[in-house]
Design a binder for this molecule. Structure first.
Ligand SMILES: [Mn+2]
Length: 414
């Protein structure tokens, strides 16, 4: 994997001006309460460039006309602290993982960069200044203010969009991680299919997913699982998972495992009692047909946003054929999200989802849905695909999806 991180830094260097530095922070732990922190996830861009996943680390890249260098700053090990929370990563381990030989300790950071800024005549500093909510106060923003104060002549630039562009196209090791995440997600879904029954709580069904993940070596979820039965399934991001699953209801499960920090994102919808009603089957097959249509549409050169337009066009006809809608614009009463988003280190991955064309190597979800709250029905079918030179390939295409396959596995015949 070391080569992967080295090549990511190489490709990023190509986008930097001479006499520039770029700084990336791994992030710090967020306190929950008392002496407890929330689980830590490294900043995706920091991880993409280093492969390191611990808090309080800094990557410092420098590019001049003659050289490109990388330095890494990590925490000192602390014997007392190690007895409580374990050792921090050592210099040689960090070097081994990242391929960066120059590893220093955090207290050296400011003196070191001051020397570099002066000696290498640094004129630009690039930071990941993603800020989509205005009110966010990030480490990067604090650092930018410090630079502006100490070095008013240096221009601070946002590197987020450049890195997002690099991350849009997945390389082999990334595809392998995503495939593994999806495969284990699939095992979790099969475990739910085999164990669901009416009158259990949604969170009890969720437990079968969690169990399969952990027994398959996955500790972390890509996102909070959605296990939504009946009318709950018509709420897109329902994740309370605390209702009783009723007989004759459909259960929508939108779930994902993480593998090496890469996400799987899969949704399956199935009948609580193992048998679709005629109405459920009718609606389910409309969504499934829609998913197939979009999968068949995906190939390089197709505009990203045309995928959703294609699905809506299809729904306009399919839903009016069964008498659910009278006029085309009524589709949005029953379907109002997008059909695809990029997938990678983040479940809604970096890179603009709705702009530009599909390219070989992009990984995206295909997730048409249909939500009819009046009938207590919410259906979504989601798979992850990688765009190939002439189309796309469904990643780990083995998770039961047709009415027949779902009913068979739920009947215990498997
Ligand atoms: Mn999704």
């Amino acid at each position: 994997m070391q080569h992967f991180y080295i090549s990511n830094r190489e490709r990023l260097f190509e986008r930097l001006e001479d006499n520039s530095a770029a700084v990336f922070f791994s992030g710090s732990e967020v306190r929950k309460m008392g002496d407890e922190n929330y689980p830590f996830t490294p900043n995706s861009n920091f991880f993409y460039l280093t492969g390191l996943d611990r808090p309080n680390q800094i990557l410092f890249l420098v590019k001049t006309g003659t050289e490109k260098t990388a330095a890494l700053f990590i925490e000192h090990s602390d014997e007392e602290k190690a007895k409580w929370v374990g050792e921090v990563i050592k210099k040689d381990e960090a070097a081994q993982i990242s391929g960066i030989e120059d590893v220093k300790y955090i207290p050296d950071f400011y003196p070191y960069i001051a020397g570099v800024i002066f000696n290498k005549r640094i004129e630009n500093i690039y930071l990941d200044l993603e800020n989509r909510y205005f009110d966010l106060d990030t480490t990067e923003l604090g650092f930018a203010k410090k630079i502006a104060e100490k070095y008013p002549y240096i221009s601070v630039n946002n590197i987020y969009n450049d890195i997002a562009e690099l991350r849009r196209i997945k390389s082999r090791p990334e595809l392998d991680s995503i495939e593994k995440a999806v495969e284990i997600t699939g095992k979790g879904i099969e475990n739910m299919l085999k164990n669901v029954h009416p009158d259990m709580y949604e969170y009890q069904l969720e437990a079968y997913f969690d169990f399969a993940l952990k027994t398959n070596g996955v500790k972390d979820l890509a996102f909070k699982s959605i296990v939504a039965s009946g009318k709950n399934a018509a709420v897109l991001h329902y994740s309370d998972n605390n209702c009783v699953i009723k007989d004759n209801s459909l259960v929508l499960c939108d779930v994902g495992a993480k593998w090496q920090y890469y996400s799987g994102d899969i949704t399956r919808t199935f009948p609580a009692n193992g048998k679709f009603t005629e109405r459920q089957k009718q609606l389910y097959n409309i969504v499934l047909e829609g998913q197939k249509l979009i999968i068949d549409t995906i190939k390089p050169g197709v505009p990203f946003k045309s995928l959703n337009e294609t699905l809506i066009k299809y729904y306009e006809k399919a839903l009016s054929d069964i008498g659910l809608i009278e006029k085309p614009e009524d589709v949005k009463k029953y379907y109002w999200h997008g059909v695809s988003h990029l997938l990678g280190l983040e479940t809604h991955d970096a890179g603009r989802h709705n702009e530009g064309m599909l390219e070989e190597g992009m990984v995206l979800t295909v997730e048409p849905g249909l939500y009819i709250a009046d009938e207590n029905i919410g259906i979504r079918i989601e798979d992850d695909v990688v765009v190939t030179w002439d189309g796309c390939k469904v990643i780990y295409d083995n998770i039961p999806k047709t009415v027949e396959d779902i009913e068979r596995i739920m009947g215990g015949a498997d």
